[in-house]
Design a protein around this ligand. Structure first.
Ligand SMILES: Nc1nc2c(c(=O)[nH]1)N[C@@H](CN(C=O)c1ccc(C(=O)N[C@@H](CCC(=O)O)C(=O)O)cc1)CN2
Ligand code: GAR
Length: 212
């Protein structure tokens, strides 16, 4: 049974889907803690409602990003985390942190990486006139959104779409796919080796597993 820690900064809808999948017995792991860098993150309420311990590490309480990440790392070590799930965690992790937990950290990002790394991805895709968009799940390294891609799911952008419609369309794919990837890791089907993602010991291509 793997020890899972989920790191959030906001609403926690992806966290909620992972909680529900775990409660339904679809994930061979236990969510041991939820960590947030924002004390007002609603995801903390979701965790508390599910009886999951929560920890808040706010940047203003530390002298540096390094000190903050070291404090988080100590908590993760105490928990003996096997998998660290970034689910809307909106802080760039230090290289020291990502190296310490290499192969154990995954992230979900609302674009078809390598397009639109960083923030405001939906707005950028719409402004570019893209007709195809989506989300990526990847291993995390020191390069922001540059880690090996595990899975991508595509969604259309229609000419008359409002921003919220695109956001919701991507959210649907995120909520479908993240619990699946967490289970792949917990079932020892997914691993990182020499910077490449492997599923069932087969190397995944640069865009990862393309789910229909
Ligand atoms: N070392 C890494 N850290 C993080 C990664 C990663 O791949 N490598 N993924 C991000 C998640 N993310 C996009 O998916 C992302 C989050 C935040 C930022 C960013 O610019 N954050 C600002 C502060 C924003 C705020 O506090 O409101 C910052 O950290 O200065 C970019 C990308 C998680 N971390
Ligand atoms: N760059 C990271 C990033 O933008 N992550 C995005 O934050 C949202 C969190 O939603 P949630 O808190 O409802 O799960 C998700 O859409 C995720 O892809």
């Amino acid at each position: 049974m793997k020890n899972i820690v989920v790191m959030i900064s906001g609403s926690g809808t992806n966290l909620q889907k992972i909680i529900e999948a775990q409660q339904a017995g679809n994930i061979n792991g236990r969510i041991c803690a939820v960590i947030s860098n924002k004390a007002d993150a609603y995801g903390l309420v979701r965790a508390e409602q599910a009886g999951i311990p929560t920890f808040v590490f706010e940047r203003k309480a530390f002298d540096s990003n390094q000190a903050m990440d070291r404090a988080i790392a100590e908590q993760l070590t105490r928990i003996d985390a096997d998998l660290i799930v970034l689910a809307g965690y909106m802080k760039i992790l230090t290289a020291e942190f990502t190296r310490r937990f290499a192969g154990k950290i995954i992230n979900i990002h609302p674009s078809l990486l390598p397009k639109y790394a960083g923030l405001h991805t939906h707005e950028r895709a719409m402004a570019a006139g893209d007709r195809e968009h989506g989300m990526s799940i990847h291993f995390v390294n020191e390069e922001v959104d540059g880690g090996a891609i595990i899975l991508q799911a595509k969604v259309p952008i229609y000419p008359d779409d409002a921003l919220d419609e695109v956001i919701q369309r991507v959210y649907e794919q995120e909520h479908r796919c993240y619990p699946l990837v967490v289970q792949w890791f917990c079932a020892d089907r997914l691993h990182l080796e020499n910077g490449k993602a492997y599923l069932d010991n087969q190397p995944l291509g640069p865009q990862g597993y393309a789910i229909e």
